[in-house]
Design a protein around this ligand. Structure first.
Ligand code: URA
Length: 286
């Protein structure tokens, strides 16, 4: 039996080749980049980013911004909904800083990496733990894996300012070790409250530790990825109706290590499912 994509490839081979090349380029790193260091954004986004620059890399020109722009710090002033959600996030951060759940474990951190992005984002990404670059800047996903994540976000038709990015652990483990289940469990309540504050329409978990703690399972990544699951806040009394669809996919750092066409296609197919659910068209061209 001939599949639909095989049929359309036969009908329009040039289009099929172009589509294949675009998909590969979206997720690749050793291609002729379609994502320059600066990507175009709307004037409104650009102005907001420029006025809220706090740390982060370089200046912001009107009409374009870095793939990883400086974080916005003006969420309290955007609208009432965002002000309220950001206030909740600030309170969770303050509680985390007071409780210091990481103090029970060996860490290699200088900064807490709490999370950043639109406090009312429709899409939330959850990674594992900060690495060296994240620890230095106090920002999630700003190193090599972060660059690839930013390209994925861009390919989906979004910018970093339009999503929320957090990690299971808020502090860097020594030698970037994988979080133990005890560490993940100690930090999870803060992550759960972060999700409840943002209330995204979809969560994408990046890699095994995030997928396991969110889906409360010991399943292997290969069995979880690409399949819709769901997350509910464990405090069902406080959050009786909070159930959010979850799409587990490979961590960008894994993708960088095992940079095969097959793995890139898998991640892109997972992200396309998310795009369909959110009604996103994706980036038409680079
Ligand atoms: N890897 C993660 O899981 N999180 C980061 O913030 C950076 C790299």
């Amino acid at each position: 039996m001939t599949s639909t994509s095989a049929k359309s490839a036969q009908a329009n081979p040039a289009r099929a080749v172009r589509q294949h090349a675009l998909t590969s380029r979206f997720l690749g790193v050793d291609f002729v980049p379609i994502f320059p260091e600066k990507v175009p954004i709307t004037k409104q986004e650009s102005t907001a980013a420029a006025t809220s620059a706090r740390g982060g890399a370089g200046g912001t020109a009107v009409g374009e911004v870095e793939l990883i722009p400086p974080p916005r710090t003006d969420w309290h002033t955007v609208d009432e909904k965002r002000a309220a959600a950001q206030k909740q996030l600030d309170a969770i951060r303050a509680r985390y800083e007071k409780d210091q759940p990481h103090a029970k474990f060996v860490t290699a951190h200088t900064n807490i990496v709490f999370g950043e992005g639109d406090p009312c984002a429709r899409l939330m990404f959850i990674g594992e733990a900060p690495g060296l670059d994240e620890d230095r800047t106090g920002r999630p996903f700003v190193g090599r894996a972060g660059q690839l994540l930013a390209r994925m976000i861009y390919a989906m038709g979004l910018s970093r300012h339009e999503v929320y990015i957090a990690n299971v652990l808020k502090t860097r483990p020594p030698n970037n070790a994988t979080p133990t289940s005890e560490e993940a469990a100690a930090c999870a309540p803060y992550l759960y409250d972060q999700i409840a504050a943002v209330r995204p329409e979809v969560i994408v978990t990046l890699g095994l530790p995030a997928s396991r703690i969110i889906l409360k399972t010991e399943e292997a990544m290969s069995r979880m990825r690409g399949k819709w699951a769901s997350w509910s806040h464990p405090d069902t009394k406080k959050y009786p109706d909070l159930t959010i669809p979850v799409m587990p996919t490979f961590h960008p750092a894994f993708l960088l290590r095992q940079y095969t066409q097959e793995n890139r296609n898998k991640v892109w197919s997972d992200l396309k499912r998310v795009m369909t659910k959110l009604g996103l068209q994706g980036r038409k061209k680079g």
